[in-house]
Write a protein that binds this ligand. Sequence first.
Ligand code: G3H
Ligand code: 13P
Ligand code: ZN
Length: 323
Amino acid sequence: MHHYKDLGLCNTKEMFHKAITGNYAIPAYNFNNMEQLQAIITACIETKSPVILQVSSGARKYANQILLRYMAMGAMEIIKTAGLSLPVALHLDHGDTYELCVSCIESGFSSVMIDGSAHSFEKNIELTKKVVDYAHQYDVSVEGELGVLAGIEDEVSHEASHYTNPDDVEEFVGKTGVDSLAISIGTSHGAYKFKLKPGESAPPLRFDILEEVERRIPGFPIVLHGASSVMPEYVNMINEYGGKMENAAGVPEDQLRRAAASAVCKINIDSDGRLAMTAKIRQVLATKPAEFDPRKYLGPAREELIAMYKHKNEHVLGSAGKA
Ligand code: G3H
Ligand code: 13P
Ligand code: ZN
């Protein structure tokens, strides 16, 4: 057992409490490789932001669970060397089984999501409670989910979204003992969140559902998945340099600012990082076709990621200066 506290990580309890009372949200950025982790850490050091480092089961398979633990330890060492003590959580994104959650906790994760949203309400409660009972023995935070986001949730694919029913949240939170709750209010995963005709803008998120959830469970930490803005500058850059991403659209940043000021205290962003990285790599390879040193395109991609994460912390989530 590698306990997260021995790695210098923290769970999400205090982070969420401060974020709710301070009307901002903690960034939860996914990473799969060294450059993404370096960019997240650098951006959060430079903006003095708390952060949740998020790993999906796909990322865990890709990067290797042992290496991931050492990468998280390395990140904590870099933060310490910078003379800072940023709160950092290592979180399992969309855990789909009890066994996966246990394995992550044993390898040093300080927070896990058990995504039982594909199950019935009763089965979701049963599975989530089982994970909570195990995780809480080690002071590990647990995120549950009610409602279904359209799109792909790891290996679970959903055709349509089902908004969270506010009537369910009190019972779910009470019976499971979860520490935070992901809800569905109109976001979805990936780069194609809305089918928009030219000139059309994205439909607003269902803030009425969010407000009703807040009324039912006052002060309880809410999580927003699928919160990439699908930044048009990166989509355009990808298309300009040989890519093909038609009608990609995300959640407008003003909607995310509004969510961050509410009980939403964790905002999940993965696709924006993928887009920034791909856009920059495409640009370098297209404009410097003779280049073959990976550092010459991964380096600029990492710089672009740093700028993007700093922008999110400073101007969207409001987490800058909160560490
Ligand atoms: O919500 C899903 C995350 O963006 C992770 O995606 O399973 O492709 O790593 P992934
Ligand atoms: P995006 O695809 O909008 O970045 O959402 C990421 C996410 O919710 C990870 O859990
Ligand atoms: Zn998600």
